[in-house]
Design a protein around this ligand. Sequence first.
Ligand SMILES: NC(=O)c1ccc[n+]([C@@H]2O[C@H](COP(=O)([O-])OP(=O)(O)OC[C@H]3O[C@@H](n4cnc5c(N)ncnc54)[C@H](OP(=O)(O)O)[C@@H]3O)[C@@H](O)[C@H]2O)c1
Length: 316
Amino acid sequence: MNDKKVITVIGATGAQGGGLARAILDDTAGGFATRAVTRNADSPKANELAERGAQIVVADLDDEKSLMKAFEGAFGAFCVTNFWEHFSPDKEMAQIASMARAAKGAGLRHVVWSSLEDTRRWVPLDDDRMPTLMKSYKVPHFDGKGASDQVFADQGVPTTILLTSFYWDNLVHFGMGPKPGPDGVLAFTLPMGDRKLPGIAAEDIGRCAYGIFKGGKQYIGKTVGIAGEHLTGAEMAAALSKALGREVRYNAVSFDAYRGFGFPGAEDLGNMFQFKHDFQEDFCRPRDPVKSRELNPSLQTFADWLRVNGRNIPLE
Ligand SMILES: NC(=O)c1ccc[n+]([C@@H]2O[C@H](COP(=O)([O-])OP(=O)(O)OC[C@H]3O[C@@H](n4cnc5c(N)ncnc54)[C@H](OP(=O)(O)O)[C@@H]3O)[C@@H](O)[C@H]2O)c1
């Protein structure tokens, strides 16, 4: 491991960081090594990474000293936060600031920060097209991330800002797959009208991040957006019909209807889809599937992803 560039991977037991950890481990001649960060070194996912040769380090985003240790001696780091664990943009922003300071302290030479847009740059708080949430946010799980991009620059950390896309895996793990309507026909519900939604296989996010580390200096100070494909709800429903072998109808609900679904985060996600809908051009442009494929030649299309994962989508 000594002659390899060590990448400290936050979230290595999760979707984004896991994809990066596996990409580094798969490329044994690639010149990089994985230091996987987790709060629980005994979890099955941590064990899996350890068995494949990753160094496992215990650290917590809420404990800056532990982050400093996790970054010490590394070449770079992949930084990600998990909003959905606590639903607090303030906590998320504190965690990001801790990562930036720890990265500066460790003298990291390349950080890839997994961010999203601060939607308030497009929809100010007094714009009442969508409700303001938690007093200060339009899309809380986006805004705290985007508002924190600057902390890496302020610390002088060589950083690439990664703009990710909607995981198609949400259809499996987040209850967003098609469900039978009153007539028994599967309905795929999304408040996107006829606009395109950039999507990606979660595993490909880490593989793209690996392409950024391999590309090195050319990506420092840059914002890189990634997507596997940009598809309308109708196009996704058609691909689902084909993969599942039964009719799937696109159910284009209103933003208000989606915000009112009542599950935790429904308002946040309703605002998110409205932002992606209303600012389709600004949201899609930076997330170029062609450039994403240059970073990650095995980038999956939605049909590719469905071929492997379609059978795991719960349909009830
Ligand atoms: N779902 C989507 O479509 C989508 C799209 C774009 C962006 N995102 C963003 O993706 C983020 C989540 O990333 P993910 O999907 O890769 O997460 P995930 O699969 O849910 O896994 C969460 C990871 O974060 C780690 N983690 C969480 N809190 C931590 C803490 N306090 N200290 C150290 N590690 C911590 C966990 O590690 P341990 O539990 O092992 O400690 C785990 O590895 C969210 O912020 C979300 O907004 C999601």
